[in-house]
Write a protein that binds this ligand. Structure first.
Ligand SMILES: Cc1cc2nc3c(=O)[nH]c(=O)nc-3n(C[C@H](O)[C@H](O)[C@H](O)COP(=O)(O)OP(=O)(O)OC[C@H]3O[C@@H](n4cnc5c(N)ncnc54)[C@H](O)[C@@H]3O)c2cc1C
Length: 382
């Protein structure tokens, strides 16, 4: 089934991003996996190549390409060559953080931040989760108390993607601790602000090349000019942007699944046991036929969701459905494909092993899959 989503310009963009991956990412990727972080200069190189924040208007120093299909190409290409933990940082910057800067910043803030976000000199992160809360965001306890001309921020966040590299952290805080949802505001906390410290780079099951960190705020003086949008509207802003975040995770899950299937097909055609290829056992054919069908279905739905997003029509429920179903599928594909590799599948030098470990978190972050089902369930009037 031919995909109807892309035009020539997306294929040109794909070709140049492939070249970028081949030159700048693939030769050094295993070092980053060992070191737990992608060097900052790689973001700058991505910026020079035109692969960051493509949606920023030309008047703000960007390419003015507000087209989520370009973002999709980046995720697809990263997963195709097995550099999933590099993909997470760049998609967080492009797909998840950028929309907040585009939607809620004042002209002064845009001028201050957007050019650096495009060039990769300013790496972004979003900090919602705290040690005590994740799913129940309204229960957060990081506070921002108004003082003359600035806020005094106290609290801590954890599991923050790009946490070590980030220069601009969109931080969810309580400006009114008595309120739940209505007490939340977003503000940008910048590298170097006094009292803003990063904890250790957390050791994870997978996504090893991605820096994930704890952040702490101890009487950080954040100027009023760093508030994003209006005070008390933070939860509303988060809810408005989560469909794109969830679609981004779903699309990555499908891209990763396609890649895993491709590697497995190649492997089972070559590897032999009992005088025949592994792929010629009926079990392998059935396993791969089932997964192939499911991935095709997921791809078709996600492509349709991307069109809906670009048309401004994607609903939170559709995005939640895409997120839980595609990430569940990614887990099944990872596990069943790895099985067909036998012992080699458990060796980190094989991309399937890394993709299996990388996949586990997608059912947890971006809203746990149970929360996705709550969203869908509520929309059914339950
Ligand atoms: C690698 C990684 C990167 C991350 N990146 C970021 C980031 O950049 N920024 C950020 O803010 N956060 C980030 N997170 C945090 C992530 O979004 C949270 O871990 C996630 O939302 C779940 O929150 P929690 O861990 O507090 O789990 P909890 O809220 O404690 O939930 C634990 C489990 O309980 C169940 N559960 C919870 N609530 C319900 C319910 N209502 N109904 C049914 N079951 C329920 C679910 O199974 C859930 O997985 C990241 C996490 C990881 C692991």
């Amino acid at each position: 089934m031919k995909r109807a989503l892309f035009e020539d310009l997306h294929e040109d963009f794909r070709a140049s991003f492939r070249t970028f991956l081949e030159r700048e990412v693939m030769p050094r990727y295993m070092d980053w996996e060992r070191e737990g972080i992608v060097p900052r200069e790689v973001y700058a190189a991505a910026g020079r190549g035109g692969f960051l924040a493509m949606a920023v208007p030309e008047t703000d120093g960007g390419a003015g390409a507000d087209d989520f299909r370009l973002n999709l190409v980046i995720g697809e290409e990263c997963h195709r060559v097995g550099v999933g933990s590099f993909s997470l940082g760049i998609t967080l910057h492009n797909d998840i953080c950028l929309p907040y800067f585009l939607s809620y910043c004042t002209p002064e803030q845009r001028e201050r931040w957007l050019p650096g976000i495009v060039s990769g000199e300013l790496i972004t992160a979003i900090a919602m989760t705290e040690p005590g809360i994740g799913s129940d965001l309204a229960g957060m306890s990081t506070t921002a108390r108004r003082e003359n001309g600035h806020y005094l921020v106290n609290g801590s966040k954890t599991f923050i993607t790009n946490g070590i590299n980030a220069d601009l952290v969109i931080t969810a805080v309580k400006t009114d601790p008595k309120e739940r949802h209505r007490g939340i505001s977003l503000m940008v906390i910048e590298r170097g602000m006094e009292g803003f410290e990063r904890g250790r780079n957390l050791e994870k099951v997978g996504q090893h090349g991605q820096d994930t960190a704890e952040l702490s705020f101890d009487d950080v003086r954040v100027p009023r000019e760093n508030l994003m949008g209006e005070e008390g509207k933070g939860f509303l802003y988060l809810v408005s942007n989560l469909p794109q975040e969830r679609l981004s995770i779903a699309a990555s899950a499908v891209a990763a699944s396609e890649a895993m299937l491709g590697w497995t097909l190649e492997y089972v055609r070559e590897r032999t046991a009992f005088g025949q290829t592994i792929g010629s056992f009926q079990n392998s054919r059935f396993e791969l036929a089932e997964l192939h069908g499911e991935v095709l279905i997921a791809r078709t739905f996600v492509d349709r969701c991307v069109q809906a997003l670009d048309a401004g029509e994607l609903t939170p429920e559709e995005a939640a459905s895409a997120k839980w179903w595609c990430t569940d599928l990614q887990g099944r594909v990872a596990d069943r494909c790895l099985q067909l590799f036998g012992g080699y599948g458990y060796m980190v030098e094989y991309p399937i092993a890394r993709a299996w470990a990388d996949a586990r978190v997608t059912r947890i972050y971006g809203g746990a899959n149970e929360i996705m089902k709550e969203i869908v369930g509520r929309s059914l009037g339950l």
